[in-house]
Design a protein around this ligand. Structure first.
Ligand code: GRF
Length: 202
């Protein structure tokens, strides 16, 4: 399955995917292009180092605003034959053009156990909420924020002396496993959405 990956920054989840692919762990995945909404995103260098095509489509100052930017991203992905999209630290809300271009074919990774703590600063939210367990979620993207059907979740303990940095680092280790697991399932075409639940048909 031809995949497009959208990033905004560091790109460690992207790197986890590309390393897994190089190691033969994502046999059905074909990474067609990596798109960043920030031309300075470090993840673009990671993509280039792996020989993957890249595009930077800056949202800042994009003519026509948010929806036009979203449509331009969708168009670029389609031009590269992309069939499904992975949001790997993409800090933009997905608009109608993307959802219509890739219905039930966009997945996102989020650093909390959804539906708890959606949106920004999920790790800070978890600390403020006093939970003893947190983790990460890979889910299908719908019109809400971090609200679509859940594919994979991984848990980590929240320790007494955790701050946002230490908790984020512990969660990130699990993110790199979760995103590979979810993209493997997605690319092998074994996921089915039934109401709010994702089933694995294998
Ligand atoms: C990750 O924590 C991801 O869950 C969140 O943004 C971060 C991106 O990290 N949405 P990276 O760019 O993959 O290193």
């Amino acid at each position: 399955m031809k995949l497009g990956v959208l990033i905004s920054g560091r790109g460690s989840n992207l790197e986890a995917l590309l390393k897994a692919h190089a190691a033969g762990k994502l046999p059905a995945a074909d990474f067609a292009i990596v798109v960043a909404n920030d031309p300075q995103a470090r993840g673009l260098d990671i993509a280039r180092a792996h020989g993957i095509k890249t595009a930077a489509i800056a949202h800042r100052g994009f003519p026509g605003g948010r929806q036009a930017h979203d449509a331009a991203v969708a168009r670029t992905l389609k031009e590269h034959g992309v069939e499904a999209v992975v949001l790997a630290g993409y800090m933009r809300i997905i608009g109608r053009a993307m959802l219509e271009a890739f219905p039930h074919r966009i997945v996102n990774i989020h650093p909390s156990l959804l539906p708890s703590f959606p949106g920004l600063h999920a790790q800070e939210q978890a600390l403020a909420g006093g939970v003893r367990v947190s983790g990460c979620t890979v889910h299908f993207v719908d019109e809400g924020v971090d609200s679509g059907p859940i594919i994979v979740q991984k848990t980590v303990p929240v320790l007494d002396d955790d701050d946002a940095e230490s908790l984020s680092a512990r969660i990130l280790v699990q993110e790199h496993l979760a995103i590979v697991e979810a993209v493997d399932l997605l690319s092998r075409g074994v996921l089915r959405i039934e109401n709010r639940r994702v089933r694995r048909m294998e």
